[in-house]
Write a protein that binds this ligand. Structure first.
Ligand code: ATP
Ligand code: MG
Length: 384
């Protein structure tokens, strides 16, 4: 008996492989499309299968790839609309479900965010009683892939607040000439859907050093942002502003003045304890056997959290692909992780080198002191 589903299985495996590659490169739009194609192929394969075991396996894979395509969307602050609707393509609104317990490590940053954002959100009356302002704009900064976007969403999840993302780089590239309008609309949505957190992702795209904010258009955008931030002074307990960047030294300094993004929180790359936690979080819903988390953390010194997430996904691919070839399904083992790790190096080294150079050049060592300290500790440990 020939298995008519087999060509769709190999087609689907090809798509899934391509999707993982794109995901690894950070190209989430293409990754989403390919995961969706993989899901369709496996669904088709399951329809053409004749054994109950094959049908179950292929359906399961179709579901996995489908949920991968949709979760990539929301993890990245993509175009997911909140249930009540609202937002637009440039500044979508969502109600994130992720919480701080989903975020590994970042112990100090979580504490700081709790004090600056979560408690004022939960107890506005106490802050008012003691005449404390509930916070100004907060800038999250740190190496790529270490949780800036992730923790911003989790902050909204902790506060049960609406979350509005404005990805500044998108606004600038796609909506030239309309960016001030988009900034205004994002603030209007945040007010309308309060309690809310308005999140400016990749805010360094409005970079003074690249000449952007000196250009007419760039300057208008900075002015609009500052005017809007000044305008929400009275309603801060209902609406907070967060921003993220991995190049804070490239930002227009006007944005860091008191009352604006004057509070900086460093999100460092994960240390040993944090790496153990992040591995545990990312294998939570996967079948594993005898993993040595101590050893996994030892092997990933200097890796980003996103590297670890990707390593877990690639380790899962090994038994998955074996099963697709007809082998007995088995659990993910330490051996699978070791294979993946052999081929993967830390992605952060170049970033740290450049960061140190840029900070020295800007003469702002005092502002970025936590990062400078972290880099010198890392160099001593041989992390980068
Ligand atoms: N602290 C963490 N705990 C668990 N998973 C994490 C953590 N940080 C990051 N991740 C994983 O890595 C992915 C990428 O992280 P995120 O998008 O937050 O990085 P980022 O700091 O915003 O990077 P970039 O500077 O490239 O925008 C997340 O979607 C999540 O799966
Ligand atoms: Mg990000």
């Amino acid at each position: 008996m020939t298995d008519k589903g087999l060509p769709f299985v190999s087609e689907g495996s090809g798509y899934a492989k391509g999707a993982r590659k794109k995901e690894g490169l950070g190209n989430y739009d293409d990754a989403r499309k390919l995961y969706l194609k993989a899901a369709k192929s496996f669904l088709q394969a399951s329809k053409l299968s004749e054994s109950a075991k094959e049908i179950k396996l292929r359906r399961g894979l179709a579901e996995t790839f489908y949920s991968k395509s949709t979760s990539l969307k929301s993890e990245r602050g993509g175009k997911v609309k909140a249930k009540e609707g609202g937002g637009n393509e440039v500044a979508p609104i969502e109600k994130p479900k992720v919480k701080f317990s989903d975020v590994g490590g970042l112990f100090d940053a979580k504490e700081e965010i709790k004090k600056a954002i979560v408690y004022p959100f939960q107890h506005p009356e106490l802050y008012e009683m003691y005449g404390k302002k509930s916070g100004e704009g907060i800038l999250l900064y740190g190496p790529p892939g270490c949780g800036k976007t992730f923790i911003a969403r989790a902050t909204a999840g902790e506060c049960d607040a609406s979350f509005i993302t404005l990805k500044v780089s998108d606004v600038l590239s796609k909506w030239l000439g309309e960016s001030e309008k988009n900034v205004k609309e994002a603030f209007d949505s945040a007010a309308k859907y309060a309690p809310s957190i308005l999140f400016f992702d990749e805010i360094d795209a409005i970079g003074a050093k690249r000449g952007w904010s000196q250009s007419d258009h760039g300057q208008r955008l900075v002015n609009e942002l500052l005017a809007q931030m000044d305008g929400i002074e009275g309603s801060r307990e209902k609406m907070l502003i967060l921003a993220a960047t991995n190049a804070p030294w490239a930002m227009d300094p006007a944005l860091r003045r008191p009352g604006r993004f004057s509070k900086l929180i460093l999100l460092p790359n994960p240390d040993h304890k944090a790496r153990k936690e992040i591995f545990k979080l990312h294998i939570k819903n996967r079948p594993v056997e005898d993993l040595d988390f101590e050893e996994l953390a030892n092997l990933t010194s200097g890796y980003s959290s996103a590297d670890i997430a990707q390593i877990c996904s690639e380790a899962a691919d090994i038994p998955l692909e074996d099963a697709l070839q007809g082998k007995e399904p088995r659990k993910i083992t330490m051996n699978d992780f070791e294979k993946v790790l052999e081929a993967r190096k830390s992605s952060l080294t170049p970033w740290f080198r450049q960061a140190l150079q840029e900070i020295k050049k800007s003469g702002e060592e005092d502002i970025f002191e936590p990062l400078v300290n972290q880099i010198s500790k890392g160099v001593l440990r041989g992390d980068f």
